[in-house]
Design a protein around this ligand. Structure first.
Ligand SMILES: [Zn+2]
Length: 147
């Protein structure tokens, strides 16, 4: 599969403290794995050390459904990084809400025609975009409209 954004952008890396490592391991296995409090069962995103709901330190990781809805979006026309060329814009950034995980929201790109019509509330599914060319393979979670 080709990559949505051009080569030459910085690769994401797990945080030095290891907090988000289970998320990145999950994406490589094509699973959406996010935090869930073991005490009150609230889903959390992005990764945190303390549950914002009940203040417990006992936070685990669970696989959730890779399906969401578009909460917001933006079509980017400005090449925001030197790796972008004229042909790489526009591209679409979406804020996706996960109804099966307490409506936490994740940022990603919307695959497909970069000038497609986008509707708030559209159903989307995760696509795991593998980057295996480097020393540390990783996968980005992208989204596509779920027909
Ligand atoms: Zn909690």
């Amino acid at each position: 599969m080709s990559h949505y954004l051009p080569e030459g952008l910085p690769a994401p890396a797990p945080s030095r403290d290891g907090l988000d490592a289970p998320y990145w391991e999950g994406t490589l296995a094509e699973q959406l794995v996010i935090q869930r409090c073991n005490s009150c069962k609230t889903w959390l995103w992005g990764p945190e050390w303390i549950c914002h709901q009940c203040h417990s330190f006992d936070i685990g990781w669970e696989q959730t459904s890779p399906e969401g809805i578009i909460y917001s979006w933006e079509r980017v026309w400005h090449p925001v990084h030197p790796a972008f060329k004229e042909e790489n814009v526009p591209f679409i950034v979406v804020l996706v809400e996960l109804p099966q995980a307490d409506n936490v929201r994740m940022v990603g790109n919307l695959l497909g025609d970069p000038e497609q019509e986008i509707k708030i509330g559209s159903k989307v599914k995760a696509v795991f975009e593998k980057h295996e060319e480097g020393k540390s393979p990783y996968a980005l979670v992208q989204w596509e409209v779920n027909q």
